[in-house]
Design a protein around this ligand. Sequence first.
Ligand SMILES: CC(C)(COP(=O)(O)OP(=O)(O)OC[C@H]1O[C@@H](n2cnc3c(N)ncnc32)[C@H](O)[C@@H]1OP(=O)(O)O)[C@@H](O)C(=O)NCCC(=O)NCCS
Length: 179
Amino acid sequence: MLPETARVQPEGIAVSFRRSRPEDGAAMWRLVREMGGLELNSAYFYVLYAKDFADTGIVAETDDGHLAGFVAGHRPPARPDAVFVWQIGVAAWMRRQGLARRMLDVLLERHAGDIAWLEATVSPDNAASMQLFRSIARDHKVECVETEYLARELFPDAHEAENLFRIGPLKPKFLNKSS
Ligand SMILES: CC(C)(COP(=O)(O)OP(=O)(O)OC[C@H]1O[C@@H](n2cnc3c(N)ncnc32)[C@H](O)[C@@H]1OP(=O)(O)O)[C@@H](O)C(=O)NCCC(=O)NCCS
């Protein structure tokens, strides 16, 4: 079982992980607005997502209550054996210290036995996000199949194409129910 509280190096900041709550939506919205790199949706959307998809939401916060990062995900009805990560974000002061990986590991542990696939769409120009998801496939020794999912022409604005990263099948040794 992964520890609920992790001490992330090198600053030694203790970060704890939990399900999202509607009260987290405002901080998630602010974090996305401040950090860049993620498409900012409405505050309503973050509050709703944090409430209705709490089981697939992760909030990582410091002891003094600062939001260090979050995962907003859901179980696609058409693929009930998957968790789809809609957005994952880490505050600038917490990056490159393994927090995104830890949040996804906590999410996968929570759904151990229920899901076999981790999915996300990634813009082709987002090197950090691509490496994050590829590193999960590498460390769990499973495939990361990348296919075009949402073509650029679908969007009414200047939105990039979004490729689907589908990681799995996650092996029984990893799907070890514990949280
Ligand atoms: C993508 C993001 C969530 C990664 O968070 P993080 O906590 O810094 O990532 P981690 O420290 O857990 O690193 C995970 C892997 O990604 C790699 N990585 C992280 N940032 C990277 C970067 N800027 N460039 C290349 N690789 C990067 C790490 O080296 C590690 O791979 P490895 O195991 O092969 O060494 C963070 O950069 C972020 O919030 N970006 C803005 C929002 C975003 O683009 N979200 C993803 C789209 S939904």
